[in-house]
Design a protein around this ligand. Structure first.
Ligand SMILES: Cc1cc2nc3c(=O)[nH]c(=O)nc-3n(C[C@H](O)[C@H](O)[C@H](O)COP(=O)(O)OP(=O)(O)OC[C@H]3O[C@@H](n4cnc5c(N)ncnc54)[C@H](O)[C@@H]3O)c2cc1C
Length: 308
């Protein structure tokens, strides 16, 4: 049924973009873990996105929105229904709201965060330097309220354009948004299409210098070159999850192909042929060790998706 309904919108020419069946999610996640999505689509424009959402709604097909897949653990059994990638929703533009000191940029959800940072640097716009080294797309970064070294996406957001599961688009201004630590708290079923971000003007060479410094700090403490999904657990109030995991003696702990990083204990690394099951089992072991050692119960920061 899912094939029929989706192939129909494709054949009728009301969906522009790619459509792939049984697409392995391991090819779309930084962890390189995850079984197949029943269907994965790459709509090229908002109308195609709306039409695919309506087709899914008609047949009660579950929908999952994928960004860069860098904060994601996908089940070995894959994802039921439809996975939507907004890769094509890229682009950065200056808006008319800029003045002498501030620049407001429109950024598409599929724009890699690194692309935004480089654009901002080249054009003398400061405010995002400390996010250097965070992979993924703007949509995922807004959804997660990604941040580092004391700056979060919420600090630069002016407004966010979202589509609901019926294809209606609305603009949510910053004062209507309720960002918190690694959470955008957007209304259920919101698909981020784009965001406007406000940055201050500064000299490109100073921005570049700060970006290099932040990246170096990260490289010194985080295993940026190995397959991971960033921090596995949220930092509990007043503590760093990585430190708690480290002092509980978990560095180097391994289940199957997944290992707790020696560089940063809150990163779990795919050492090769890792499965989602390995990852979940290691999470449980680490949680138990930390609870035993410090009495603190860790909560996941990564998003876990797919069949259970
Ligand atoms: C090496 C490494 C370092 C990292 N360092 C940091 C760091 O310093 N700070 C930090 O905060 N994070 C960090 N991360 C985690 C991750 O990169 C960020 O959370 C990133 O912003 C996630 O973006 P993404 O596009 O990959 O989202 P995904 O992983 O694809 O998705 C994450 C969640 O967002 C939802 N989502 C994605 N796009 C949309 C959209 N358009 N509309 C609605 N929902 C959407 C997904 O459904 C999912 O629930 C790191 C990850 C790695 C691998």
């Amino acid at each position: 049924m899912i094939d029929k309904e989706l192939k129909e919108i494709f054949d009728r020419g009301i969906f522009k973009g790619e459509m792939k069946f049984d697409e392995p999610m391991s090819a779309h996640t930084s962890l390189r873990i995850g079984g197949p999505a029943d269907v994965m689509v790459f709509p090229e424009d908002p109308v195609s996105l709306k039409n695919v959402l309506l087709a899914a709604k008609k047949e009660n097909i579950p929908v999952f929105i994928l960004g860069g897949g860098t904060n994601l653990l996908v089940s070995d059994e894959g994802i039921e229904g439809l996975v939507i990638s907004l890769k094509a929703f890229r682009g950065i533009e200056f808006t008319r709201d800029s003045d002498d000191k501030t620049v407001v940029l429109y950024v598409g959800a599929g724009e890699p965060l690194a692309g935004l940072l480089n654009f901002a640097q080249r054009n003398g716009c400061t405010g995002l330097e400390s996010l250097t080294g965070i992979p993924g797309c703007l949509g995922g970064a807004v959804y997660m309220n990604a941040g580092s070294f004391g700056v979060e996406l919420k600090d630069v957001i002016v407004s966010v354009a979202v589509m609901d599961m019926s294809g209606s688009i609305s603009i949510l201004e910053k004062d209507k948004l309720n960002f918190s630590y690694r959470n955008s708290n957007l209304p259920e079923g919101s698909i981020i299409l784009s965001a406007n971000v406000a940055l201050l003007k500064d000299a490109p060479e100073d921005i570049l210098r700060r970006m290099k410094e932040f990246l170096q700090k990260k490289k010194n403490t985080q295993p940026l070159g190995e397959p991971s999904a960033g921090c596995v657990f949220r930092n509990p109030e007043g503590a760093a999850a990585g430190r708690l995991i480290d002092v509980a003696g978990c560095k180097g702990m391994r289940v199957g192909g997944v290992e707790v990083s020696g560089a940063h204990a809150n990163y779990f690394i795919n050492k090769g042929r890792a499965t989602c099951r390995d990852f979940l089992d290691l999470m449980e072991l680490v949680k138990a060790k930390v609870k035993e050692h410090s009495g603190i119960v860790l909560e996941p920061e990564i998003k876990i998706a797919g069949r259970r």
